[in-house]
Design a binder for this molecule. Sequence first.
Ligand SMILES: Cc1cc2nc3c(=O)[nH]c(=O)nc-3n(C[C@H](O)[C@H](O)[C@H](O)COP(=O)(O)OP(=O)(O)OC[C@H]3O[C@@H](n4cnc5c(N)ncnc54)[C@H](O)[C@@H]3O)c2cc1C
Length: 447
Amino acid sequence: MSKAIFWCRNDLRLRDNPGLSYALRHHDEVAVVYIDEADLSSPSASDWWRFEALTDFAEQLDGKLIYRYGNAKELLPLLLDELSADAVYWNRCYEPKAMARDAELKQQLKDSGTTVASFPGNLLVEPWEVLKGDETPYRVFTPFYKAALKQGFAEPYDNVESASLSQLMVAKSELQQVKAKAQRPWMSMLAEHWSISTQSMDQRIDGFLSQAIDGYGELRNVPAVDGCSRLSPYLHFGQVSPREIVARAGAKHLTGSFIRELAWREFSHYVVIHWINNADQIMAWQKGLTGIPMVDAGMRELWQTGYMHNRVRMIVASLLTKHMMVDWREGAKWFMDTLVDADVAQNSLSWQWTAGSGVDAAPYFRIFNPVTQGEKFDPKGDYVRRWVPELAELPDKWIHQPWAAPEEICRLVKFVPGKDYPLPIVDLKSGRERALSVWETIKGAAA
Ligand SMILES: Cc1cc2nc3c(=O)[nH]c(=O)nc-3n(C[C@H](O)[C@H](O)[C@H](O)COP(=O)(O)OP(=O)(O)OC[C@H]3O[C@@H](n4cnc5c(N)ncnc54)[C@H](O)[C@@H]3O)c2cc1C
């Protein structure tokens, strides 16, 4: 008797659910498990929706939804034991932190002998499948949209047949207790405006696709008119997949304005995924091993003394948020841990200023060039030499860009770029262009 867990997340549906369908086809018994990791001390509007959607999903599963509250990395191995299951399946989430966690968990489970497989989640195209000719991601919406259309959106996957619900396992579920605890008086106000069940969602989809979609291009901008689909929360929690919506809309709407907005949803996920937040690069920045001397000098001064000069704080913050395209909160967190003058107000405001996202922020197109900043404010390289001693012998001319030093100079001072000191982890020119183009795109999307 083979038993598996289907770990559901934002895919609270029976239709077009590749992971659940696969589990049911390949195992005798399947436990549908939802692990709630939210901080419910102060529930949000979205938590309210989630609990209602979970309740509806549990009903569709004949009550066989196993809900637990806690940490997925700890609970999944325990549940495998408790349910005597030896396989786990899930549909992919595309939020970078969730992706990193899933990759780690997948390895951990595989190492302990569990079968693990992940399936496409809630997108029309897998983000790594749409790339430019040179294999790099698109930075601008329209070429991305055209390439995705040309490649073709994924078709809906299998639906779960009601007959296979008999294969579902039952176990303790904490859904109703946790839901009751997370109730707040203001939630009844939201409930007056929405009906969260799949049945109501289907009526909304049918109504929109049979009537409003033709006038959508014009009416989507008129707030007083019910000209939009209002499907965003159902899409967010995966009560319906975008694949199903596109299929239901039919070929004649494929290139119309409604599906184009769905493509904006795709592009948002696409940009976030390709929005580096690369753990190795962040670590190189923290350790002062980016290969960019002014940045590394500052980061090493910070680590060793708990202090960094203000000019250098701006340079390292600009590199992280602009060239490296890392969320400013990553940098702010590191500063809060390492600065002796760590101060929530000054630190957060300064990071937002640099990232171009706060009140009175620096304009988004101000991107510090760490080489010219170094040449201007540390012309003799004294600061760099103090904190990056491996560059000490390089002449002043190359101290701020050792990667460009001519071979004969390197030979003379016995310096091997890439060996004695890292090559830059980002190309300053293309990193700057990428940041400018992404910021332009964000401006365009918000308009
Ligand atoms: C500042 C700001 C914050 C936003 N935050 C969110 C958010 O947290 N969650 C969210 O789902 N949408 C967000 N949007 C995008 C958009 O406002 C909503 O998706 C849309 O208003 C939802 O209503 P609808 O389902 O009737 O959309 P429709 O007009 O019917 O569009 C259909 C679907 O296309 C997608 N979509 C539409 N417009 C956009 C857009 N501009 N960008 C990306 N996807 C889009 C949504 O999934 C939407 O459900 C935000 C937009 C702005 C300007």
